[in-house]
Design a protein around this ligand. Sequence first.
Ligand SMILES: [Zn+2]
Length: 337
Amino acid sequence: MDMGKGGKLDQQSTIYTFDEVSKHDKKDDRWLVIQGNVYDITDWSNRHPGGSKVIGHYVGQDATDKSIEEDFRKLRSTAVQMGLFKANFLYFALYFLHVVVFEILAYLTLYYFGSGWIPFLVSVLLYGAFQAQSAYLSHDFGHLAVFHNTALDRFFEYYLLAFNKGASPHWWNHMHFQHHAKPNVMGKDPDVRLDKFLVVGQVMPVEVAQSKKSSLPFNLQDKYFPLFGPTLLFPIYFHYTCYKHVFTRKLWVDLAVMIIYNIKFLFLFVPVLGWGWTLVYYEAFRVIDSMWFAWVTQSNHIPMNIDHDDNKPWLKLQLFGYVMLNNHCSMTGLLDV
Ligand SMILES: [Zn+2]
């Protein structure tokens, strides 16, 4: 058998059964099916534009969407013709401007009114809003959805995420593209990889209970999560995963901009607040940002179906991950599930 590097497996049109393909789902042995052809993507997956993890979630599976592919293409081209993918630059300009204004107001509040309790709290809230809105705006640039130009969109993503928040855009894309490739799929979508601490959906709580691996009182999670979730998510968990990602992949540009953010923050706030209160301020705005983020993202996930990878085609996954569908919905017939 000719194992081409990322090419079709066999030029002599050997027929593979799906069982055979599904065995090749290891890190060093990756096959997948696209439009009826079997591909060995073991080497090529490292060069996948969305990162090897994203395409890796489809190995051993059919990555095409044969049943509804044609309908999806028509729907997409209609959306393109209607101009739905065109960004409204005025909207993005105003969005960008209000992010800048929040940052300046947060700083000026302390600078003019001093470091008393009220200016401190008002400033933290403004800075928290600046942080949260920077993240949501950077999301759209991360998808190259504003300029549809890699260099320009990436520039703004670095400004908003790395320079404004001290986070690595590469780390964020790495996590977020997996989420879009396999929304709400346990073990694949990082946004529902919470089972150490919080169980979501119908399947995860049952499995965690049966595995007896955790002794956390999950029946009380609605009480303890709002208290511990946000305080741990951004300040501890995101910092840890972000820096680990940057160092293991040697992303020195990301690291440099992240360090510049921290210098900028300390340079602005230490002279006004002193070291101790600057650290309290840092922790406080991270918690606000964390709560904001957990609220927004989990509202997207928790009401939806959260399950293992049962090889649902991509479009069905998108619909079930993002769109509320009930049994009486006319889409159900189309979706055949
Ligand atoms: Zn997204």
